[in-house]
Design a protein around this ligand. Structure first.
Ligand code: CP
Ligand code: NVA
Length: 343
């Protein structure tokens, strides 16, 4: 690439990602993922200097949100605007998607009119079907199984704070068989990280996901730990990650059993001290860290959790919390995906 102070269309094309879908981390080589993170860092720096070049004038994105979103939605929207393009949002209640029209037909219609399609919803098979029938790039904005755009933001953020950006050491605690647990395991395995997944065994990633991570680690030199014992993952972790204990699309009735299972995995001051004096806290957000949300208040009342659920108020409000850097980086990294595939 040219100097850090400029970025040309040729630089972007040299990444070789034009026209690619972004569905899951396993579809990319370590070099491609590194390039996307590097491109995001370049775009972030150029924007901060008032020097951001626009590569997406006249491009239109269709953004489908079958599940709710704040960060992912605004990141796609603002990234497209910054780059001179536009976004049209679609959801199940105000369009035919899901109930009246299949993913295949939706993809065939949208790709006649738009330059790219984003999808957030339930099954990974839906975003895969959209991609199969689309003539334009399709991006996964979160499914039950994977959250790959979040991974680029998490890795950019860890690189910005790490002692050694090329060898990240992090631990995820909580519901590890959902999108965030799966994605943090696989991304770390591909990128050569020391990745520790700590959860009760019934909430571990599926055995196929663990096998894929172990396979990727043989190529990358990653160290993979999957355990139910915080002592085996927390000490020495430079970053502690967690996520909500009940994800979008799951029944409210799940809370009682999850709280029972996950109480020992709450990120609280004792757990942070077990990690290390300089350890940072990360969360994809939204987080239940106090009683200022309806769910946070209900759980505090019904289960005696007055200080937060998956993370305590004291950790969330401490200088160790870098979740808002992580949230900002959603926009820069999503912009890198858009630019690299559409410029
Ligand atoms: N982290 C994340 O995906 O946030 P949203 O659900 O607000 O998009
Ligand atoms: N696991 C969470 C992530 C939210 C960004 C969910 O799917 O609700």
């Amino acid at each position: 690439m040219s100097s850090a102070r400029s970025l040309s269309r040729d630089d972007v094309h040299s990444l070789g990602l034009t026209g690619r879908d972004f569905l899951r981390e396993l579809d990319f080589t370590p070099l491609e993922l590194h390039s996307l993170i590097e491109l995001a860092a370049r775009l972030k720096a150029l924007r901060a200097d008032g020097q951001e070049p626009q590569f997406l004038q006249g491009k239109n994105l269709a953004a489908i949100f079958e599940k709710t979103s704040t960060r992912t939605r605004i990141s796609f929207d603002v990234a497209m605007k910054n780059q001179g393009g536009s976004t049209t949002f679609l959801d199940a209640s105000s369009s035919q998607i899901g109930h009246k029209e299949s993913p295949a037909d939706t993809a065939r219609v949208l790709s006649r009119i738009f330059d790219a399609i984003e999808y957030r919803g339930s099954g990974q098979h839906i975003v895969t079907e959209l991609a199969e029938y689309s003539d334009v790039p399709v991006y996964n904005g979160l499914t039950d199984e994977w959250h790959p755009t979040q991974m680029l933001a998490d890795f950019l953020t860890m690189r910005e704070h790490a002692r050694d950006p090329d060898r990240l050491t992090y631990c995820y605690l909580g519901d590890a068989r959902s999108n965030m647990g799966n994605s943090l395991l696989i991304m770390g395995a591909i990128m050569g990280s020391d990745v520790r997944i700590i959860a009760p065994q019934s909430l571990w990633p599926d055995k196929d996901v663990i096998a894929a991570a172990n396979q990727a680690a043989t190529q990358s030199g990653a160290m993979i730990t999957v355990s139910d014992n915080p002592q085996e993952g927390v000490p020495g972790a430079e970053f502690i990650h967690t996520d909500v204990w009940v994800s979008m699309g799951e029944a409210k009735e799940r809370w009682a059993e999850r709280i029972e299972l996950l109480r020992p995995y709450q990120v609280n001051p004792e757990l942070m001290s077990m990690a290390g004096a300089h350890t940072k806290f990360m969360h994809c957000l939204p987080a239940y860290h106090d009683t200022k949300t309806q769910v946070g208040a209900d759980i505090a009342r019904d289960f005696n959790f007055p200080e937060g659920v998956e993370v305590t108020r004291s950790v969330f409000d401490s200088p160790a919390n870098i979740a808002f850097d992580q949230a900002e980086n959603r926009m820069h990294t999503i912009k890198a995906i858009l630019v690299s595939t559409l410029a």
